[in-house]
Design a protein around this ligand. Structure first.
Ligand code: ZN
Length: 189
C-alpha cells in the first residue's frame, strides 16, 4: 500500500498522542522540546509523558506520586520506565502494569501495539502478508478512534512508528543481515 511510506501521518486523536509526542525519529529531540529531562539512572534524555499515562500504567499505589511532570526512559538497558524531573522519584519495569516494548524489543510476548494487542513474536514469525495485515489493522483502529495509546501504551503515544520500524527490522533481517534502511531504531547503535 502506498501509505507505507508515511508511517506517522496518522496518529491517535488524543491530545497527548500527536506527532510531537510520537516515538519516531528520536533525532527530534535535537529541536528544543518543551522540557528536557535526563533519566537519573542512564542519563539519557527522557520523553515527556502525561500524568494520565503514568497513572494508568503504574502497578503501585498512586499515593506515591509526588510530581506533575513525568518522563519516559526508552533506553533498552535501563530499568527505569518513568521518572520525575524534580526529584529522585522513579518507577522501574516491575512497577508498571505492562511489559515495556522499549525495554524488551526482542521479547516475543511483549506487545508492540498495546491497543490492538499485536505482540513482537506475532509480527516476527508470520509471513510478510501477515505483518502487513497487522499494520493495516492498526491503521484501521486508529482511523476508527479505537486506540487509547495514552492509557495503554507505556510510552504514552501511538505505537505505529514502533510497529513499522519493527517490520522494517524483520524484513531487513530476512533479506540481508544488518542492512541499514529507512527504518528507525531506538537503539543508538
Ligand atoms: Zn533510563
Amino acid at each position: 500500500m502506498e501509505e507505507k511510506s508515511t508511517p506517522l501521518e496518522v496518529c491517535c486523536g488524543q491530545e497527548s498522542a500527536g506527532r510531537d509526542t510520537c516515538e519516531l525519529p528520536s533525532v527530534g529531540f535535537e529541536r528544543t522540546p518543551r522540557h528536557k529531562a535526563m533519566c537519573p539512572r542512564c542519563e539519557e534524555v527522557g520523553k515527556a509523558v502525561s500524568l494520565r499515562t503514568v497513572k494508568s500504567m503504574l502497578a503501585v499505589s498512586l499515593r506515591s506520586l509526588s510530581a506533575r511532570e513525568y518522563f519516559f526512559c526508552r533506553s533498552e538497558t535501563c530499568p527505569v520506565v518513568y521518572f520525575a524531573d524534580a526529584d529522585s522519584e522513579v518507577y522501574r519495569v516491575g512497577d508498571v502494569r505492562e511489559r515495556v516494548y522499549q525495554k524488551e524489543p526482542e521479547a516475543e510476548q511483549v506487545f508492540v501495539c498495546y491497543c490492538f494487542r499485536h505482540r513482537v513474536g506475532e509480527l516476527r514469525h508470520g509471513p510478510e502478508s501477515d505483518r502487513q495485515a497487522r499494520v493495516q489493522d492498526i491503521r484501521a483502529g486508529i482511523q476508527k478512534g479505537q486506540c487509547a495509546c495514552d492509557l495503554r501504551n507505556p510510552q504514552g503515544s501511538c505505537c505505529l512508528g514502533n510497529v513499522i520500524a519493527l517490520v522494517h527490522r524483520i524484513e531487513d533481517g530476512r533479506s540481508h543481515a544488518g542492512g541499514s534502511s529507512a527504518s528507525i531504531s531506538f537503539r543508538e547503535a
